[in-house]
Write a protein that binds this ligand. Structure first.
Ligand SMILES: [Zn+2]
Length: 178
């Protein structure tokens, strides 16, 4: 229901008790779910988060531990996304805008991989090189590849050159956010 629809259907009300009760429920849920009070909690869509998640049981202590860990994680660029990320079971990493590899890092890895692949007569995408189709020996252009975390961020992998490999776009997509 939109605000306009609510106002219209309640235009003859002589008090705001219903709204106040609802507002209190949202606030109560937030304060019983989150121990932490962070400035990034301001301005979040708490109404939507309440509607989506308030029937699920959460442990405030576990949530607190995860909030602290994610606040301490240098690769999390968008801290305001931490709360919804945790409520949603830590599935949607887009909410956190995990730091991506810098262009010079990607170019250095591309050059290293491509040189080695040409020497070995295989594709410069390590996953294509293991395959059995014609891409097995294909040398992809830089623009046809994307950087991938060898060890995923969610498993503690760093966003630096030691943890960067270039994959062809198809293989990078199929690896996804794992
Ligand atoms: Zn590939």
């Amino acid at each position: 229901m939109t605000i306009e629809e609510y106002m219209s259907s309640h235009r003859y009300d002589d008090n705001i008790n219903e709204l106040k009760t609802y507002f209190d429920s949202v606030i109560d849920w937030i304060s019983s779910t989150f121990i932490d009070v962070e400035s990034e909690m301001k301005g979040l869509e708490w109404n939507r988060l309440y509607e989506t998640y308030h029937l699920q049981g959460y442990s405030p202590t576990l949530i607190h531990n995860r909030v602290q860990a994610l606040y301490a994680d240098e690769y999390v660029k968008k801290r305001s996304g931490i709360f919804e990320y945790i409520l949603g079971g830590e599935q949607d990493q887009r909410l956190l805008e995990i730091r991506i590899f810098e262009e010079p890092t990607k170019k250095a890895v591309y050059a290293r991989q491509t040189e080695k692949a040409q020497k070995d007569g295989v594709s410069n995408c390590p996953l294509c090189a293991c395959g059995s189709n014609t891409n097995r020996v294909k040398i992809w252009k830089y623009a046809e590849m994307d950087a991938d975390h060898v060890t995923a961020w969610s498993k503690g992998g760093a966003t630096d050159i030691s943890n960067c490999e270039m994959l062809c776009k198809t293989h990078n997509r199929s690896k996804g956010n794992k």
